[in-house]
Each structure stands twice: as C-alpha cells, then as structure tokens.
Design a protein around this ligand. Sequence first.
Ligand code: COA
Ligand code: AMP
Length: 637
Amino acid sequence: MTSKYAETYQSWKTDQEGFWERAASEIDWLSKGGTVFAPDQGQYGRWFPDWECNTCYNCLDRHVERGRRGQPALIYDSPITGQQASYTYEELLDRVQAMAGVMQDQGIGKGDRVIIYMPMIPEAAMAMLACARLGAIHSVVFGGFAAHELATRIDDATPKAIIAASCGIEPGRVVAYKPLIDAAIDQAGHKPETCLVIQREQQLAELKPGRDHDLGALMDEELAEGRTVPCVPVKATDPLYVLYTSGTTGQPKGVVRDNGGHMVALKWSMSNLYGIDPGEVFWAASDVGWVVGHSYIVYAPLLHGCTTIVFEGKPVGTPDAGVFWRVISEHSVVSLFTAPTAFRAIRKEDPEGKLISEYDLSQFRSLFLAGERADPETVNWAAEQLQVPIVDHWWQTETGWCMVGNPLGLGRLPVKPGSPTVPMPGYDVQILDDAGHPLAADTLGNIVVKLPLPPGCLPTLWNADQRFHDAYLAEFPGYYKTSDAGIIDADGYLSIMSRTDDIINVAGHRLSTGAMEEVLATHPDVAECAVIGIADKLKGQLPCGFAVLKAGVNRPHEEIEAELIKLVRDQIGPVAAFKIAVTVDRLPKTRSGKILRGTMRQIADKEEYKMPATIDDPAILDEISEALAAHGIGGAG
Ligand code: COA
Ligand code: AMP
C-alpha cells in the first residue's frame, strides 16, 4: 500500500483547524461551540474552547448504545496472582457507574481532584473512568513511588479523595500500599477527606474509621441497586487529569490533560498511526501510572471501541519470558505497545525466541516501542523473531501521544534503523541551535515543536502557568522545547540522541537525577553530591550517585553508601532503581564551580573523553575513575 502519510501531513499543514475539526467528528460532543482553536486563550492557544463533552461517555456509553454492549472492553490478565477476568462494555459501564456512585456519595464532583494509587487491576481503569464521568480530575501515582513522592503530589493536587488498593504485588513481595498512603497523608500539609480502598486478599488494609472506606463492598451495594450515574458535561478545555512527571528538581511537574483535544488526538491515532480497527484487541504493556498507560491502556482503546488488556505481571519471571506471547495468543491481541526494556529482558532470557514458537501469534500484526531509545539490536531481534513491523515512536508525558512515528494506518513508510521516522500531523518538528537558529539537515541540535501544540498535548502545568512557560516556551520563543536533542535528515526522518537536561530513562521510566541529588544532600554526612545516568544493557540507563562526605566523618564508607541507597528508595521509591552510591574525596568541577557530570558519565561508560578545557583540577577525574572501578564500574577513558 502506498502511504497516505505525505498527503495527510500536507493537509494538516495547509489547514490545521480544518484537519482537527474533521478528526473531532469521530467524537460525540454535547455541544460544539464555534471556533476550533482560540489562539489568544491559554498559554499558546486552546483547542475546542467552547465545546462540551464527557470522556467517559465516549469511552463507554456510546459503545453500549451502538452495538458493543456484549463486546469485551477490558480483559484483566494477572500472571502474578493467577487471576483473569473480562468485562464487556456493558459490565464495565455498570462498574464505573457503581464506583462513580460511591464517589458521589463521598461528595466528589466536577473539578475535584482525586489521587489514584493502584496496581494494575481493573479498578484502576474504572477509577479513572469514574472520575471522567463525574468531571473530577484524576491524578494517578505510580505504585513504585514512595510515601514522600505521594505526599508531594497530594500537596500539589490537593485531592478531595484518594482511591487505592490495599496492596500491589511485585515478584517475591507484596507491597502494602495503605501504610504508604497513611505516611504520605501524615507528611502532607493537605489532608484528603476520604480514602476509598479496594481490599485485595493478598494483604488487607487497616481502615481508619471515618476517613477510609472499603470501596469494593460499597461498589457491590451500588451494583445490587443498579445505580446509574449520568455523565457530567465538561468543557473540552476542562482538565481530565493531572499526571506528575519528573522535572529538573524534586518538585515534579503536574502535566494537565484536557478532555476534548485529548479524545480527538487519541481517536485519530488509533486508526491512522496504530492501524487498529474498532473491535480489535490492543495491548499496551505498561502501567496506568505512566502516560502510556493513561493514553493506550485506558483512553484510546476504549474511545476506539477496542478491547484493552490490563496486565499485572512482568515481561520475564511471571512465570517466564513467554508470558507476552501467551497473552497475545490467548486474547487475540493484534498489536502490542511496550518499552524496549521489556524486549531486552525477554531476549536476555530467551535469546533464540524458543518460547515464541510455543504460541499461535497468527493474528498479531505489529509491535510499537516507546518511552526510551529503541536500540537497533533489540529492534532487529524483535523483527526477526516476530516477523511483524516493529514501530519505534517518540513522545513524552507532556504530549500525551506520538510526536514522531511510522503511521501504519496511513501506510508504513520505509524504516531507517535508529529513527522513529517522521512527525505526525499536528507536529512541526524542527532542530534549533542554542541561540534559536534553525539548523541544516543532519546537524545535532535542540528538538523543538512549532506552536501551537496539537490537541492532546498539555495546555499548561497544574497551578503553574509560569513554570510551564519557563520550562517549555521561554527558551525558544514560538516553539515548545522538548528537552531532547537530535537530528533530522534530508528525508525528514528524526533521530533522538539524548536529553538536554538531567532527566534519565531507567527501564522506560523517566527519572530526575536532580531529585535524587536533593535526597542524597539530606544525609547528615554528605557535603556535596552528584547523580548521573550510566549505560545499562538491560534498563538503558541506571542512576549512579557520588557523594563527598563532610570533614571529620570517619564511619566506614560502605555503611554510608548503603544508607544513601536506602534513603533514595525510601524517599523516591524502588522505581528509582538507585543501587550505586560511590563516596569520593572530591567532585570534578570547572573553574567556575560547575560539576562535570558529562565527563563523569563518559568515564563510567568507558567512552573516550576530552579533558574539559575549563577543568579546575584534572587529577580528580582519575580519582573518579578509581572510585568507580572499586565499585566494578567503568574505567579510565
Ligand atoms: N509497585 C511497587 N514497586 C515497583 C512497582 C510497582 N508498581 N514497579 C516496579 N517496582 C519496583 C520493582 O519491584 C523493583 O524493585 P527491586 O529494586 O526491589 O527489585 C524496582 O521497582 C525497579 O523496577 P523496574 O525498573 O521495573 O525493574 P524490575 O527489575 O522489576 O523489572 C523489567 C525489569 C525490564 C522487567 C521492567 O522494568 C519492565 O517490565 N519494564 C518495561 C518498561 C515499562 O513498562 N515501561 C513503562 C513505560 S512504556
Ligand atoms: P516520558 O515522559 O516518560 O514518556 O519520557 C519522555 C522521554 O523519553 C523523551 O523526552 C525521550 O527522552 C525519551 N523517549 C521516549 N520515546 C523515545 C523514543 N522512541 N526514542 C528515544 N527516546 C525516547
């Protein structure tokens, strides 16, 4: 098939508003209020400013009303507990209404914030949809974050309620969520009024009388009564959710997603980018705590009338590296979306793909990868083993959907290894130098997107318009700064090379080294510290912390290093995967006092490095090299 990409992209360029107005016809609106884009509103304009809608209605009710009542909407597959369940569109709608009813009885309504802290169970998706139904704004916090991170989000989002499960289950351990929630509420200045808890049999939570409620039991009552809860009309520009993501400091950024533009963009992406038809089974093997989970476990597949999969397990070890193939074949998945790390993990366990041949994957059509760099070695292995198109695509929590990809629905374009291919309609992606001048093809520079951003992208940060402006719009006026660096070749193909800030990517999880430095600095023996991301064959990057101890500290350094590791796990959470702490006498700096993190990373990664011209004392680099070698890392460059 000849790709319709070029003509589609051109039609967007010629008439942006017309393009998105046509895409918006796929959504059911309560009212269409005239203008499609208001350039003078918000931080860079607003999409569908006066249109009214409800996201839950578009995800559930309209499918029940129009022939999908008995189709599975959500399949829960949990190799970690051995459980499975399937909910038709009608059953999912009933449960979402039951949950919305419970929430309504707790006084939760339009505009209220609700934090959702849950593992990968169906109730997590139900909670998101119930919020959407009521016009409440959800903020899902990933289960691998510790109490302190949860407290930070509680204080920023000031939620009326927390919806949680009693525990999550990780290989070999049950993670009790309730004590983490109690600790977070203790730490936070803001106190949520209500905590609604799904009791899981693996570990029941203790419920504080008055504040905490057994959500499952209350939902059962609502279901028995057949409670219906109407969808609350919201403006397209009203927030659907706030999702916190790592910034350059310990204060995460609350990415705001609106209702209307989000639906329009996601619906468009399902057919045109992912090439999926309504009724098919789409599986994003991620977590609802991440943007991929928001967009492609919950909202996009349901908006499109697909069946989605909520998978509670890991690519390996639950029970083996064949679990992805089992899920694909058992549930007739046509397309899988995951992070390259998952495939690196599978390949490590099953390099010859023997487990793949045990399953019938005949209906499986495509694999989408995002969240981190898709290394060509892993992509080639996956292509050889699966014999389907492997599509690398690039996006961010901020954008909510793909910026650059290979649109299977429009017709696949030739693949260039290492490149996620071309910009989607909506994104005019350019490369600028640090002074903001456009760069020639094949020249490395800052990747920016010409404003306005398309529907679906963040309009601002939660309660932080100025921070939004400073972080994304100020440096390159007229453009959105992605904080990624890369090149565009003469054919318009983009390659992502690195971040331009201190964000690292660990197993597809976005983490801030600045936030980790803030934690290390709180240790009473630490005078100064630096955290860098070093290369890791499985997880892409791993954090590595350096600490200079205060004068007079004479405890064993290994003891302090172990305390530093525990501190980051306790403060940020296990997801930080912070397992390397190195005490050193001094940190390498420029004469003006800037820590040479880039050179330290090159030493750790055994890359060739040039002695920085401005270095204060070159001998320190040898000390770093020796300290790393003592921890089994790197060597002299
Ligand atoms: N709740 C509590 N703890 C969690 C958690 C959760 N939801 N998710 C992860 N953790 C813990 C893990 O148990 C692990 O703890 P440990 O240090 O005690 O072993 C730690 O956080 C680090 O987790 P992770 O980086 O995921 O590593 P892992 O060793 O458990 O698994 C992979 C490695 C590659 C299998 C796993 O990272 C993976 O499946 N990656 C896919 C990437 C992905 O889904 N990305 C989402 C964006 S698309
Ligand atoms: P997140 O907000 O967690 O989705 O992380 C976004 C960041 O992950 C981007 O800014 C990139 O640095 C990186 N990233 C995401 N997708 C890709 C990709 N396909 N190739 C390279 N890097 C990617």
